[in-house]
Design a protein around this ligand. Structure first.
Ligand SMILES: [Fe+2]
Ligand SMILES: [Fe+2]
Length: 308
């Protein structure tokens, strides 16, 4: 999907004040919603689109540099087979993160839809497309997990509490809610971009990642414009007050995205999984990757007056 410059990226527009700015944002929002709905209308079922037979069990499913232990002496000492197995389990674990996020999102969007239908029909229309796409992603991730013959690796109780709680209770129409959604979409999307650069990965892995990335580009465009509309209603003081919360949500989310639980290493057949989980958390390469993937979300939230 083409990504036209958004108002927050345009210094002239961002410097407009009050009603003029909101009129520009509203117009941008209306055009964007129509365009997103048009693109989403060409829906293809991921279960049919992914070449599942090309999920090669003898090849890596992630580029090495995206494996949590990459860069450590312990990783270098693994056999070629162990490295491949770890890359496969970590890819499935990364997709399980998507299942968790999408479940939260589907619940929230589903429960608020009726009021929305009458209040803002165009947005409601688009959000039905988004809901359909998220359901498709979750079915796709479950299919992957079953084909990989792996159990769930990170039970919900091991997901960050504040991020889960906040995604459940933050008012649906609020800037903070949509900022949380944006973080949850944008950070994994940065990982997806790295995955897509490696054309040696199995076609099924690239297919899953490409489909997810393509549809998330639309979801993020919607989340950005919604944050933009909502955050203008907040005073500078309110944004400052919300900032520590946003920062903590982001910190917890990054932690669960980049640092696998011990069960991931155990499922890959590695010894001392607890120790490996600790090792990943201290791995400078992993921490650098995490910060790199977080930067676009931080940049956007800063442009909206949040200090993250
Ligand atoms: Fe998704
Ligand atoms: Fe999404």
């Amino acid at each position: 999907m083409e990504t036209a410059a958004q108002p927050w990226q345009n210094a002239d527009i961002a410097s407009l004040t009050g009603g003029t700015y909101m009129a520009v944002v509203q117009r941008h929002h209306d055009i964007l919603i129509q365009r997103l709905s048009r693109h989403s209308a060409n829906y293809r079922d991921p279960l049919e689109e992914i070449p599942w037979d090309e999920l090669d069990p003898d090849r890596p499913w992630l580029p090495e540099s995206l494996i949590s232990l990459y860069g450590t002496a312990e990783y270098a000492a693994l056999s070629a087979e162990e490295k491949i197995r770890l890359s496969q389990v970590e890819f499935v674990s990364f997709c399980e993160l998507g299942l968790w996020l999408e479940a939260l999102f589907i619940q929230r969007l589903g429960s608020h839809s009726l009021a929305h239908l009458y209040g803002d029909t165009a947005s409601y229309h688009y959000q039905l497309h988004e809901l359909r796409e998220e359901v498709g992603h979750s079915l796709m991730f479950l299919e992957l997990q079953q084909r990989a013959q792996l159990p769930f690796l990170t039970p919900p109780k091991l997901r960050p509490r504040l991020a889960t709680w906040f995604a459940r209770i933050a008012p649906e129409g609020s800037a903070a809610f949509w900022a949380t959604i944006l973080i949850g979409e944008n950070v994994p999307d940065q990982m997806n971009r790295f995955i897509l650069r490696d054309k040696t990965l199995p076609a099924a892995v690239l297919g899953i990642t490409q489909l997810h990335s393509r549809e998330e580009a639309r979801h993020m465009a919607f989340a950005r414009v919604t944050v933009q509309r909502r955050s203008r209603r907040l005073s500078l003081v309110q944004r400052r007050l919300l900032s520590p919360l946003m920062r903590e949500v982001m910190r917890q989310f990054l932690y669960t995205t980049f640092f696998p639980v011990p069960a991931v290493y155990a499922a890959a057949g590695l010894d001392a999984p607890q120790r490996l989980a600790r090792l990943a958390r201290q791995n400078p390469h992993r921490i650098r990757l995490m910060n790199e993937c977080a930067e676009p979300s931080r940049e956007f939230l800063r442009s909206q007056g949040f200090t993250v």
